[in-house]
Ligand binder design. Structure first.
Ligand SMILES: Cc1cc2nc3c(=O)[nH]c(=O)nc-3n(C[C@H](O)[C@H](O)[C@H](O)COP(=O)(O)OP(=O)(O)OC[C@H]3O[C@@H](n4cnc5c(N)ncnc54)[C@H](O)[C@@H]3O)c2cc1C
Length: 459
């Protein structure tokens, strides 16, 4: 049998593409070497958010006294917390298997490699081989944690995000090398669970990709929570000293920890796929080069997700998957990266969409800024979560919303409204004309839009 589409990798890019293609009538095969759901479900988005939810529950109980609730001495049962995380992941993974059955998608378990323009060889766990044929191929093989040989990752004391999600004990002292999104999420989780955390970041501030004011506030809130942040600090070496590890910095400082988490980025899963043999074009980082229809230089071979290195986010991988599947099935879709929300699940949460303050400066673009403090929100006061702000960047001539950046409770849920506003071309003035329910956190967004015109009511 020749499949209409064969998809290499069953992460949020691959499995979403498979479901959409099947909905449109295609016979689809997915080749997956580990587990359906990919990094996102098994080693990324979902397990980390299950841990965030556990840490948040602990945090809420610890501060229950503020609300007049006597919770007594509370402690964390870390084994149970991890079990719950595994249950959440398993439930969702079973959900994907169900979707495959429902949509009659064939799952081929094994490691796939392109051996011709229309054939994929699959090596199964027992070493046996199978070759399947497809009219179209989508490559969705994702990425893995990046390592540096000098840091000597042993998977026990020096670990990556993969092992951090399998720990059996809360580290007493955790050193996080790399203050990007993943490093900050783990730092925030373990600090809340009781670890003494130090972040070592080579750049001038943590979270270099987010709006500068957001990064600065987050850094100071981290410090208030007891997280030590060392910026402009390069790690020279990680050494084992008895039961501890010592991280040596280039300025001569030493940081000790019982666990060292390396979160310095991701490498693309482009090896052993047969890409070079088929002449599939790669970019400077080894990413598969695609057009905005997600086609590689070989028109019936597509690539989606982290392997395209556009934005390493699950929702981008899925959106690219929908575009690829629909184009193969004869619909005409292009991928638009202009409005992609970026969420960081720290305490408090961070979310942004559109241009940042520094991007506006770099582009020499004039903007009007409106800012509203979370502290001034009735709902936030009632919740006892008052840290943060909402910042809006708008075009001074047209009033169009160009960027929204939020630090505060439920920032990751609030950003959806901002993304819709930017995507549909709503102005700051128009957004305010929609009545926002009181008391809700969404009022902070409306107030920040008012602040663009100097008319915020509650500041
Ligand atoms: C700790 C952590 C937290 C994260 N949190 C978030 C978050 O909150 N929000 C967000 O948007 N993103 C988050 N991400 C990023 C997100 O997980 C990725 O962007 C997303 O999973 C990429 O999807 P993908 O389908 O391209 O690849 P992947 O999810 O990596 O899936 C690729 C799949 O291909 C399989 N595969 C690879 N090679 C082969 C082969 N030769 N044959 C067969 N199968 C193969 C792999 O086993 C894997 O299952 C996080 C990542 C990490 C590490």
């Amino acid at each position: 049998m020749t499949y209409k589409i064969a998809i290499l990798g069953g992460g949020p890019g691959g499995y979403v593409a498979a479901v959409r293609a099947a909905q449109l009538g295609a016979k689809v095969a997915v080749i997956e070497k580990t587990q359906l759901g990919g990094t996102c479900l098994n080693r990324g988005c979902i397990p980390t958010k299950a841990l965030v939810a556990g840490a948040e529950a602990f945090r809420n109980v610890k501060k229950a006294g503020e609300f007049g609730i006597k919770a007594g001495n509370v402690s964390v049962d870390f084994i149970r917390l991890m079990e719950r995380k595994n249950q959440v992941v398993e439930r969702l993974r079973n959900g994907i298997h169900y979707l495959f059955q429902k949509n009659k998608i064939d799952l081929h378990q094994g490691t796939g490699k392109l051996i011709s323009f229309k054939e994929i060889q699959i090596i199964k766990e027992d070493g046996t081989k199978e070759v399947i044929t497809a009219e179209n191929i989508i490559i969705a093989t994702g990425s893995e944690p990046a390592l540096l040989p000098s840091l000597g990752c042993d998977g026990e004391m020096v670990i990556t995000s993969n092992e951090a999600l399998k720990l059996s004990m809360i580290p007493s002292q955790l050193v996080v090398i790399g203050g990007g999104v993943i490093g900050c999420e783990f730092a925030s989780i373990f600090a809340e669970l009781g670890s003494r955390v130090t972040i070592v970041e080579a750049m001038a501030n943590i979270l270099p990709s987010v709006d500068k004011e957001v990064a600065r506030l987050t850094q100071s809130l981290f410090k208030r929570r007891g997280i030590t942040v060392k910026t402009k600090a390069m790690v020279k070496e990680v050494r084992k000293r008895g039961p501890e590890m010592t991280v040596l910095l280039d300025n001569g400082e030493e940081v000790a920890g019982d666990k060292v988490l390396i979160s310095i980025g991701r490498v693309l899963n482009n090896r052993g796929l047969g890409l070079e043999d088929l002449g599939i074009a790669l970019g400077p980082q080894g990413e598969i080069t695609v057009n905005d229809r997600m086609q590689t230089n070989i028109p019936h071979i597509y690539a989606i997700g982290d392997i395209t290195n556009k934005m390493q986010l699950a929702h981008v991988a899925s959106a690219q998957g929908l575009v690829a599947a629909e184009n193969i099935m004869g619909l005409d879709r292009i991928m638009d990266y202009k409005v992609v929300p970026n969420c960081i699940y720290t305490f408090p949460e961070i979310a942004g969409v559109g241009i940042t303050g520094q991007e506006a400066e770099e582009q020499g673009r004039r903007v009007k800024t409106g800012k509203f403090p979370v502290m001034a929100s009735g709902k936030a006061q009632a919740m006892g979560e008052t840290e943060g702000f909402v910042k809006v960047l708008a075009d001074p001539d047209t009033d169009l919303i160009l960027g929204v950046h939020i630090v505060g409770p439920h920032a990751t849920d609030l950003i959806g409204e901002a993304a819709l506003a930017i995507k549909t071309g709503i102005t700051a003035g128009q957004l305010v004309q929609t009545i926002h329910a009181h008391p809700t956190l969404s009022e902070t967004l409306a107030e920040a839009m008012e602040a663009v015109h100097g008319r915020s009511i509650h500041t």
